[in-house]
Structure formats: C-alpha cells, structure tokens
Write a protein that binds this ligand. Structure first.
Ligand code: COA
Ligand code: ZN
Length: 324
C-alpha cells in the first residue's frame, strides 16, 4: 500500500503561538502520546530567540528528554540561524529544519533578515548541519501567498527550493503559512516543483484557515507528494504572519489518507488521546474538521474500526498537573 509520511508539528508550530504556555513536562507528555499513536516524526521545538518566541525557551531542556524517552522517534527542531544550530547540536539534535520565507517582508518580520541574507544564512546553516552529520529539512514559507506582499511568484518558490536542495537539504517543506492555498494552486505549484525536484524530497505544510487543508492535501497527493506536516488537533500558526490559523489537523489528514487507500501507521484513537491531553494543557476545545465524528466513533460501542491497535510504541506517561 502507498505510504503517507506525516511529521506532527504540534509541539512547535502548535505551541509557539498559544496564550497558555505549556510546561516542559506537558510538552514531553504530548510528544509521548503522539509517538504512542504511531507518529514516527515530530517537530519537537525551535531553537529561536526566547525574546521572539518565549513559548520555545525550554528547547534545550525538552529535546534531550524526548530523545531519551523515545529513541526511535524522528525528532526534528527548527533553527533560524547558526546560533540556533549550535544550541540544537549542543542539546543532541539529530535533525534540524531551517526556515526561509519566499518574500523580503516575511523574512524581516520572522527572522529580522532580508531575503538575500535569509538565503545565505539558510544555506550556511544547512551546510554546517550536514558537516555535523544531521538530517536536514528546509521550509520554504509563504510559498503560496505572503500576508505582506500578496501572491508569491511560483518561479521564486521553485528557485529557492532548488537552492536549498543544492545546499544539501534532505527535504524541502513547501509551506502555506497563512492557509490561503486552494487545490488548484497546489496542483500547479507542486506540479512545477516535482518537475524540478524528486517528489520524495518534497513535503507540504498546510494551514486550514479557509477550510481547504484537506482538499489541498488531496491535491498534493494527486501531484505525487507523500510527505506531509500536520498538527494534532489542528493547533498552530505563526505569530509573525497575520491571519494564520491552525494547521491542517493530523486526524483529518490520517482519515483522508486511510479512507483513500494510503497507509499512515497512525492510530486515530491514539490521536484522540493526544488531543484530550492538549485540550487539558491549553484549556480550550481542539480538533480538526472530523473531530466530532471521530469522538462519536470512539464513544459508540460499535465503533470497531476505531479500535486502538495493540503495542504501538511506548505507552504515554501520566499527565502532570497543569502549572500554577
Ligand atoms: N537562539 C537563541 N538566541 C538567539 C538566537 C537563537 N537561535 N539567535 C540569536 N539569538 C540572540 C543573540 O545571541 C542576541 O542575544 P543578546 O541580546 O543577549 O546579545 C539576540 O538574540 C539578538 O541577536 P540577533 O542576531 O541580532 O537577532 P535578531 O534580534 O535579529 O533576531 C532571530 C533574529 C532569528 C534570532 C529572531 O528573529 C528569531 O528567533 N526568530 C524566530 C521566529 C520564529 O520562531 N518564527 C516562527 C517559526 S517560522
Ligand atoms: Zn506553519
């Protein structure tokens, strides 16, 4: 069966923008539930300025704990510059992601660099990460529209993706940072990108701002893409991109993929357990478009097709009481 690979970005993209700050113990517990649900790859945190994103200030504390408890999990971390890479490496990171926005203004707002400087810093960071033997991802952010500059030229997205590939990125993540893409745009853009770069090196990262996350994922699947970012419960959004709502929810993507003949290795009841935990931590209701139906299936005695598979990874630890 055709496999779909999902990186859950809830602990980073999801938690970076929340009013309630999750504790390190809560973040660890969330990652454990994701692993228990069968998620094989998680973006754990970011090594960014704690002044820019205070929610990620515990990165150096969290990452080694995750890697010690879940050695089989692919744990990736976002780094915006060399300093971030150095901090990630010192904390024992095996995989990093750089973030290059496709427009001048978005780079300035996000990482305080212009486009040319951001390209150079991303290239240098990738090369340094490769020299350290790390696995690398490169985000090409605002790859559809920029909240400041409007529609992003497609040839620039292709050019930046090629440059990141040449700098050694193992995976290019085409990101719809504000969730403005439509399936037609995804078809066009991923079609052009797969002409330039092998499909198995490309991933997509959708936000569900306009309710098109699942439709966009389908368009990407049809374009041959099998690597996806998603966020359990649909938590997410960039604090520096106005109008960005939550990510495409992992549970919606898993349901879409599994119901369409793809395998994900991910358990939907396991994801519901992770959402229950995230709700407790963030103290608000969470979940993608399918959440009501999924919960009904779980709660009904006849919901046999949502039974938990046995023996998936480690069992989650008990949730510590919320801080304060
Ligand atoms: N981690 C921690 N601290 C960092 C850092 C990093 N990766 N990079 C720089 N810093 C520190 C510097 O050491 C310096 O500290 P000091 O004031 O104590 O001397 C301070 O931040 C300013 O450094 P500078 O290089 O001038 O950075 P800046 O103020 O221009 O900010 C970034 C640039 C990239 C560090 C900042 O914009 C950032 O962290 N952005 C991340 C945005 C993000 O996470 N967006 C969401 C995900 S896409
Ligand atoms: Zn995002």
């Amino acid at each position: 069966m055709d496999r779909v690979h999902i990186t859950d970005v809830a602990p980073r993209d999801g938690l970076q923008n929340q009013a309630v700050h999750a504790s390190t113990a809560h973040k660890l517990a969330l990652v454990e539930r994701l692993a228990a649900a069968g998620i094989g790859s998680v973006e754990i945190t970011s090594f960014v300025s704690p002044k820019a994103v205070p929610q990620m200030a515990d990165a150096a504390d969290l990452l080694p704990q995750v890697q010690a408890r879940l050695p089989a999990l692919r744990s990736s971390v976002l780094v915006p510059n060399r300093k971030g890479l150095e901090r990630a490496h010192a904390a024992g990171a095996h995989e990093i992601a750089v973030v290059l926005s496709a427009t001048e203004t978005m780079n300035r707002k996000n990482i305080n660099m212009g486009l040319d400087e951001a390209i150079a810093v991303s290239e240098q960071t990738l090369q340094a990460a490769l020299a350290l033997g790390l696995r690398t991802r490169a985000y090409v952010a605002v790859a559809f529209d920029c909240p400041f500059e409007g529609e992003t030229p497609l040839d620039r997205v292709v050019d930046l993706s090629l440059r990141m590939t040449k700098a050694g990125a193992h995976e290019i993540v085409i990101a719809d940072t504000i969730g403005s893409a439509s399936p037609g745009m995804v078809k066009e853009r991923m079609g052009a990108l797969t002409q330039a770069i092998a499909a198995d090196k490309l991933a997509v990262h959708f936000h569900d701002t306009r309710g098109m996350g699942a439709a966009n994922a389908w368009a990407a699947l049809e374009a041959g893409i099998r690597r996806f970012d998603a966020s359990v419960g649909g938590i997410g959004g960039c604090p520096f991109a106005p109008g960005a709502a939550g990510n495409l929810a992992t549970e919606d993507l898993v349901l879409l993929a599994e119901r369409s003949g793809f395998s994900t290795g991910i358990s939907l009841p396991g994801l519901l357990d992770a959402i229950d935990l995230a709700q407790e931590v963030l103290q608000r209701p969470l979940g993608g478009r399918s959440i009501a139906w999924l919960r009904k299936q779980r709660d009904s005695a006849s919901g046999t097709h949502l039974k938990r598979p046995q023996g998936l990874h480690q069992s989650p630890t008990q949730l510590a009481p919320p801080p304060g």
